[in-house]
Design a protein. Sequence first.
Lengths: 297, 760
Amino acid sequence: MSFTIARTVEDALAAMATGARPIAGGTDLVVGARHGKAPLPSALVAIDRLRELKSCERTADGVSIGALFTHHDIETHPLLTTVYAGLADGSALVGSPATRHVGTIGGNIMNASPAMDTGAPLAVMGAEVELRSLRGSRRVPIEQLWTGPGRTCAEPDELCVAVHIPAPGERANSAYLRLEYRRAMEIAVVGAAAFVALAEDGTIAALRVGLTAVSPTIFTGDLLGQVGRSVADAAAVAAELSSQQATPISDVRASDRYRRHTVGVMARRAVEAAARRAAGETIDIPVNRAIGIGAAS
Amino acid sequence: MSVSTAPRFVRADGPDKVTGSGRYTADLTLTGALVAKFKYAGISHGRIARLDTSAAKAMPGVFAVLTQDDVPDVRFGPFVQDRTLFARDVVRFEGEVVAAVAAVDAATAQRAVDAIVVEYELLPVVNDVEAALTPDAPLVHPEWASYGAADALVRDRNDASFASIAKGDVQRGLAEAHTVVRSRYVADGCHAAPIEPRAVVAQWEGNKVTIWSSTQVPFDARSGVCETLELPNNRVRIIVPHLGGGFGGKCGFHYEAHVAALARATKRPVRLVFNRREEFVAPDRRREGIVYEFETGVAADGTITARRAKLLIDNGAYTADAGFFSQIAAMHALGPYRIPNARADAHLVYTNHQPSGSVRAPTAPQTCWALESHTDEVARAIGMDPVEFRRLNAVDTGGEGPSGQTYGEIGVQQCIAEATTGAGYGQPLPDDEAIGVAIGWWPSFSVPSGAYVKLDGDGSGQIITGAQECGTGAVMTLRQLAADELGMDAEAFELVYQDTSVAPYDMGATGSQTLFNNGRAVVAAAGQIAEQLRNLAAEQLEASPADIVLAEGRAHVAGTPDRGIAIAELAGIAAGGELLIGHGSGMPPGPPPLVGSSCVGDLGMAAWVAPQFSCHAVRVKLDRDTGVVRVLHVSAAHDSGTIINPVGAQGQVEGAVLMGIGQALTEGTTYDEQGRQRNAALLEYKLQTCADAPPIDIHFVQIDTPDAGPRGAKGLAEAPNVATAAAISNALAQLVGAPVRQLPMTAERVWDAMNQEAQP
Ligand SMILES: Cc1cc2nc3c(=O)[nH]c(=O)nc-3n(C[C@H](O)[C@H](O)[C@H](O)COP(=O)(O)OP(=O)(O)OC[C@H]3O[C@@H](n4cnc5c(N)ncnc54)[C@H](O)[C@@H]3O)c2cc1C
């Protein structure tokens, strides 16, 4: 067992080239190992001190979020909580305050759980992941990153350094909701994100929906057919299509039947919330609390 | 009394716990200590065809591997002697201990456990209480008839304890009714889930053993060790360091003897610390699942004419302390109502599940949930407001309860008034909100208990008590009682407790009994010192002992406060002569008489000393698209007698209400077809979190209760856990349009009920 602490990105890449696995907050990796999900890798490289991966910057075409940005950083960031609100909705739901202070966006997406809370919002916003190794750098559309539960297309020596999200443009925004049975330390039973762009007349100009925990990876769909229709109609169609196209399992948390139904409810609410935000309304982060699953109080 | 203006004091163990300086059992390290681990059955029912520990024993670093062959062949159990320390021939639930290992470290111990070879001949799994009572059901204990058992128990095959409470003529009462309502409800089992998983450390010195254990009942644990290892009481000492919560889950005798046996075999201290999964699966302490059938007849004016109830309680594989569950559940199925013709039959049914055992108000929250949901159905059937129905039918001062007990001064009507007013019952609400109301009750347990009190030469005091603290703070309140008796300040007393070799017997942190019984003992012990002090002061002040008043740390002559002397000074004088030592126990009040009823399987649970009453009114909001429920507000009114320490009492109600919300909505054990738990982890077994806690309004109805404990106190650790789930159910039924008939009322079950899916 070896454990190295990387001081530079190059240190980390060098360690990964020799087979070390990166560890950021450890809230998936270490907790999973303690629960017997998978043993700790025999070689680890700690990346949590890499300052250059802790930034969040506006770019020419959107925003770049460093892989080590934590869920707490995201849920309190002025730009992310307004313009990229769906992502902040997701991060604000993660675990508890302690989990959110330690868990990172890079760890969340690279862990590739079908129940991850930042996946669906990032996917509907058209995010790309930047992967880097000693061999070079590449950008992958985030939906292509996930190849199965816990699996990504990243090579073992590739470090995720950043997530790039294009700016939503005028009259556009996003929202994410999940079904939860309690208000902290929960895991998505199902979830849905929506990205909505509105035409000047308030009809749909663009609509994408992403679903959490109803298929082996985050499921996304462009609802091109809804362009030009009202938000209410589009939300209803999104609900129906989401329920139809989901392929949920039955387990101790919920039956497939119930998941299939509720993912439609989440999709409808996500479309409605995203549309309200796109129209300029402020809905507090996370939507789950503001307008509610089991209702706000 | 309003809580905010009442006196408050810091609990003696608070600073330790909050600052992290407190020591829990798992924090203890003893030189040379070994680590214990258990080999569990892992299957629910099977005959052991082969058990081979030789490979495990031969591993380096392994000091002992024990099975039933290595301990006295004793069957034990407080009600039915139906189990042995380790499985003998047959395993009957997944968490049954087959063998125990002691090794140098945890990894070695685990490897040794994995190296133990057990082969089973699988036996049919009894997974359902209704099927278990059919004539051709496989027997969990084919040799049940040969087991020793408490005389009062009525047993038959898979029925480990049958109890019936009957009064009047139910047939006639139902025939005479204007309307008869029948209901069926099913409650899943659930867990106490204390945050500290249990731990035991044992060390022998010569032929004496000291066992540190995270138990709520050290004396009970001691008698278990003595019985199974065949030792006299005075050679076994149980010490409890700080306890990280219990909720009943740490009542009973559990693993103290296994660890003591390992320590004896290895001649080393041995330490056992459970992980969360073990805490869920192994102990005989799960809240019992119950299947209910009710039939209630009412006259046209709404008065109850008759009630019949049938209960099948999941005992699990062994009887543990659940022997009395059938009778106490029968009482809860009849409820705090005036019922002229009543009959409740309850069966405690063996299955191949983890054994049931006392968890906070055993059988009461789920039975109150079922009965009170049924009660709302009855009220609706005759078009009566459910609160009005309860006002009309609830027992009252001087009235007779369903088991034939006539009550002295009781506060159930005041509880209904306070709780409903506090909730704003009757106010207009949005159409996705409703307020549900339920009433509950719970006995005070009158049992023997003892304590010593001493005052040292410097005037500081010690209370040496057998009472056990499990987080309720009741033990902390003993300081107040001693101080009041002696006219001193509570802070002048330190507690010495949780050590069976130091203090007299007490039943432990169970049955909400600490203040009621140990409080009586402390008052008696302090009373002896008070008498000594009055005599001493009388000599010093040249007055008669009868005229001496003890107040504010001084003894003075009645009417002339200036003629006095500090108690510390008197203590100094006593230190040179007859020492200030008191001992107390006091006579526990006997059970009240029952008139006109008959009890089968009578364990004394139908006649309640100083019963406690409650009413909870809960406002909930339903997300109709998903079935997710949020509790918005809880108004809880309690007649638990005099409230001695309001801040402690408030904490008890808040904690119990939150636990009740969990039981109502998210906490339930589910089993696979083989009777194994599917959600034995905190991610899948959903406790409520702080983020889920609603505002909780608390009202204490304080009246003069006959036969109550010290200063008229009853108890408060369990009562507030009784009515919450029931009140939530009654709110939900209004929103759904029908009751949700299975507990917990999970979002999916609520959604099913809204869509009229078949219910259990
Ligand atoms: C109590 C608790 C509650 C939780 N609740 C939620 C929840 O509500 N929603 C949710 O989505 N998740 C939840 N999680 C999971 C977890 O906290 C998040 O997924 C978190 O974002 C993981 O980040 P991390 O930095 O801790 O990842 P780590 O555990 O450090 O890493 C996770 C995986 O990603 C890899 N990895 C990490 N960083 C990189 C990188 N830069 N490049 C390449 N690979 C990398 C690691 O090798 C590992 O395989 C919870 C976890 C806990 C313990």
